[in-house]
Design a protein around this ligand. Structure first.
Ligand code: ADP
Length: 453
């Protein structure tokens, strides 16, 4: 980037310098020409009062004019040269073909500039028609642009080199100054950048800083997750290994062996559930498994999930019921089933004997609490132990449990609500939680209105 900016600066400087030199030369040349013509006009105005009779004495200042290299020519209306202070008039051809003479004969005055053959000099001509119809022409030689340029070329070259050096130094200095805050930020992404200097860069910087923070946060979360996973896997594996060792030593009685085998089986089941949840979570985390949307009757899906959980509910002495209306939602059947299953499973496991779980599906009819009319609300309400306020924000985090032992004893992995949160995001829905310790919990998932597929 530095090299590019530097190169650009230098290119701009070279172009600017060359253009300036060219422009100055052009302006100078035009001014010079104007000045020359106005001088010649003045001479002609002075001389026009003279009588140009043959044999008349030449005024003194004719000599001065000769010294100044000024050529005077008098041409008859027919183009014949009547007088010339520098050439033999008998040698001169008819002058009617000279543009300045023709112009003067036509309009009263004429001008022309002609290059010498070598291009080293220019001759400036000014012609004026006198009262008697003849034309007085005043001419003067001057160095041409080419020769002027050739003579000042070495100086121009020096100035050019000096300016290039100066612009190289300036380009380097400015590039450094311009990029300093950015390179400082590259060293430390969290460093503040002066908003006054880089107003246009602020959105870009904010995005980069946010991405940087997200990357760091994600890396930390992954690290924590890996540590948690290892810890969670270790517990059932340790007990499996412990039971197996006891059986291996041959010290366990017949009944103990059955008990230990049961321990091994439940730890293995626990491991399996845990691994399944971890796999599911990583699938939902990535983008390889996108939902396959279809039109679903949410109430129907809820009823079939509830049926699958009825035995668990009975074991926990919890009554399960579905109410509400038929609601159409767009969703991935497997994901919606998983979502309802996890919510109901929690509502049963964190309930009290004799408690109840009510699953309801309703269409939002009035725009309350920011919900859109037509959106579908799935609610899973229990009369269980509830969640204290301070935990409510965190229960959707991976492995976050309010009561670890209750979660484990009821077969929880601490990943159910994290999976729910991912599914809700994938389906474009939102989730709400309302809970009071001792009274129960209600979790609502709001699906957008199904537009038909
Ligand atoms: P777990 O497998 O431990 O149930 P979840 O991710 O499903 O993990 O839930 C996280 C924690 O949130 C649970 O450990 C529990 O403390 C709390 N929780 C979830 N649902 C309920 C509920 N319906 N009532 C009370 N507490 C709940």
């Amino acid at each position: 980037m530095k090299k590019r900016i530097n190169r650009l600066f230098v290119i701009i400087s070279v172009v600017a310098i060359v253009l300036s030199i060219g422009l100055v030369a052009a302006v100078y040349h035009s001014l010079f020409r104007k000045q020359m013509m106005s001088d010649l006009k003045e001479y002609a105005d002075l001389l026009k009062e003279l009588r140009w009779d043959e044999g008349a004495e030449e005024p003194e200042y004719f000599e001065t004019m000769k010294d100044m290299e000024i050529r005077l020519t008098l041409v008859s209306p027919g183009g014949e040269v009547l007088y010339d202070n520098k050439a033999d008039i008998t040698q001169l051809k008819n002058h009617l073909d000279r543009p300045e003479i023709r112009e003067a004969l036509n309009s009263g005055e004429g001008q022309a500039v002609r290059n010498s053959e070598t291009l080293a000099s220019n001759t400036f001509y000014y012609a004026l028609r006198l009262e008697d119809g003849s034309v007085l022409r005043v001419a003067r030689n001057a160095d041409s642009m080419v020769s002027m340029f050739t003579s000042v070329f070495p100086t121009i070259l020096w100035i050019f080199a000096a300016l290039i050096l100066l612009s190289l130094g300036l380009a380097h200095f400015l590039t450094e100054k311009l990029l300093y805050p950015i390179s400082k930020m590259a060293e430390n992404m969290d460093s503040e950048i002066s908003t006054a200097d880089y107003e246009e860069l602020i959105p870009f910087i904010n995005t980069i800083q946010k991405q940087h923070q997200d990357i760091i946060k994600n890396a930390r979360m992954r690290q924590e997750f890996t540590a948690n996973v290892s810890h969670e896997l270790k517990t059932p594996l340790t007990s499996i290994s412990g039971y197996a060792e006891l059986i291996e030593t041959g010290m366990a009685s017949e009944t103990d062996i059955v008990r230990f085998a049961h321990g091994i089986r439940s730890s293995a089941d626990r491991l399996l559930t845990l691994i399944n949840d971890i796999i599911r979570l990583s699938e939902l985390d990535g983008s390889e498994k996108e939902p396959v949307f279809e039109l679903l009757n949410l109430r129907e899906v809820a009823e079939s999930c509830v049926e699958n959980l009825r035995r668990n509910a009975e074991k926990s002495e919890v009554t399960l019921k579905v109410c509400g209306e038929d609601c159409r939602v767009q969703g991935d059947r497997q994901m919606v089933e998983e979502l309802i299953y996890n919510l109901c499973d929690n509502a049963i496991r964190y309930n009290n004997a004799g408690g109840s779980v009510t699953v309801s599906t309703n269409i939002c009819k009035s725009p309350e609490e920011g919900r859109k009319v037509g959106s579908v609300i799935l609610s899973v309400q229990d009369t269980g132990i509830g969640i204290p306020k301070e935990h409510q924000d965190r229960i959707f985090e991976r492995f976050y449990r309010v009561d670890k032992s209750r979660s484990k004893s009821t077969g929880g992995t601490g990943l159910g609500l994290a999976i729910v949160k991912h599914i809700v995001e994938k389906l474009g829905a939102t989730i709400e939680l309302e809970s009071e310790p001792g009274r129960g919990t209600e979790i609502r998932v709001i699906f957008p209105e199904a537009k038909g597929i």
